[in-house]
Design a protein around this ligand. Structure first.
Ligand SMILES: NC(=O)c1ccc[n+]([C@@H]2O[C@H](COP(=O)([O-])OP(=O)(O)OC[C@H]3O[C@@H](n4cnc5c(N)ncnc54)[C@H](OP(=O)(O)O)[C@@H]3O)[C@@H](O)[C@H]2O)c1
Length: 258
């Protein structure tokens, strides 16, 4: 995709900073530690905040920073940027304002450090994505009907719906509000992999990378992979330790492969 003149020098530095951050995150979560929330929460991470509020705070920049930076862009009234913004907001409206209310999270907490790092990531990522789609990337209206854009949108939607479905399966495993137990999820993609929710989220941002045809979108896809890949492996090992009857042929993240 073409680039418009403007603040691209600063943007390019920010973009490579974003790539470096994703690489550091990958090394940390793959070789040093698992992010201490959900089943991997543990002591020694300072003070904690309630899980539901933590998720809302952590994800909220993807709504408000994205909207602010987007509307400051020179192309914010154009069709393609507008459709891309709607796709992004659809995902983050659900993640910020629907998903946290569906979790069985009463009385559970997560470290404020996790919330702060998620918040920082979402501020940075929202700037990178919004600045590209509404100010630096140049998208003619014909991009809307191009095969690449349509393919990207289709992949994004499959990932979006698959992610919600997969999270729903997990959220429905607990019978009541006070239930804190973990069970073996079953059915469809769960017969092949441990983490269909992560797999579908990765598919979603692959669709975004294709639809935006941008380095920014590709780096978002990579950072999602770098974060959720190692976490899927950790979840997978955790299930094997916890359940003697955990299905042996299930992979962690990618059917038949990994
Ligand atoms: N883009 C990114 O980089 C990124 C990063 C993180 C998360 N996410 C997305 O955010 C969503 C949530 O992520 P997550 O890491 O919290 O996912 P997760 O570990 O799979 O947990 C999702 C929810 O289901 C519950 N749950 C999971 N496995 C269960 C089981 N076997 N039995 C009963 N309940 C179970 C969890 O409860 P507990 O909390 O009590 O474990 C949690 O409420 C996912 O859709 C993920 O793709 C995206």
């Amino acid at each position: 995709m073409e680039e418009a003149a403007g603040d691209e020098e600063w943007y390019t530095i920010a973009l490579w900073g974003y790539f470096a951050m994703a690489a550091i995150m990958f090394v940390l979560v793959n070789f040093c530690l698992s992010a201490p929330y959900g089943r991997h929460v543990r002591r020694g991470w300072g003070f904690s905040v309630p899980v539901r509020e933590g998720w809302i705070i952590m994800e909220s920049p993807a709504l408000f920073v994205m909207a602010l930076v987007y509307h400051a862009g020179q192309f914010h009234l154009q069709h393609v940027p507008h459709v891309l913004l709607r796709m992004h907001q659809m995902h983050y409206f659900h993640r910020t304002l629907v998903f946290p209310f569906r979790m069985r999270a009463d009385g559970k907490a997560m470290p404020a450090a996790v919330v702060a790092s998620g918040f920082f990531f979402n501020v940075y990522n929202s700037y990178i994505q919004a600045r590209w789609i509404s100010h630096i990337g140049v998208y003619p209206s014909s991009w809307l009907t191009s095969p690449q854009f349509l393919l990207g949108v289709a992949i994004f939607l499959v990932g979006f719906l698959g992610n919600i479905w997969a999270d729903n399966v997990l959220l429905n495993l607990r019978d009541h509000k006070e239930d804190r137990s973990y069970k073996i999820p079953r059915g469809f993609l769960y017969e092949f992999i441990t983490c269909p929710n992560y797999f579908c989220e990765i598919i979603e941002w692959l669709g975004w990378a294709i639809a935006t045809n941008s380095v920014a979108g590709f780096f978002f896809f990579l950072s999602t992979l770098a974060n959720l890949g190692p976490r899927a492996k950790t979840h997978h090992e955790w299930y094997h330790k916890k359940f003697n009857d955990y299905p042996r042929n299930r992979k962690a993240l990618i059917p038949f492969l990994y």
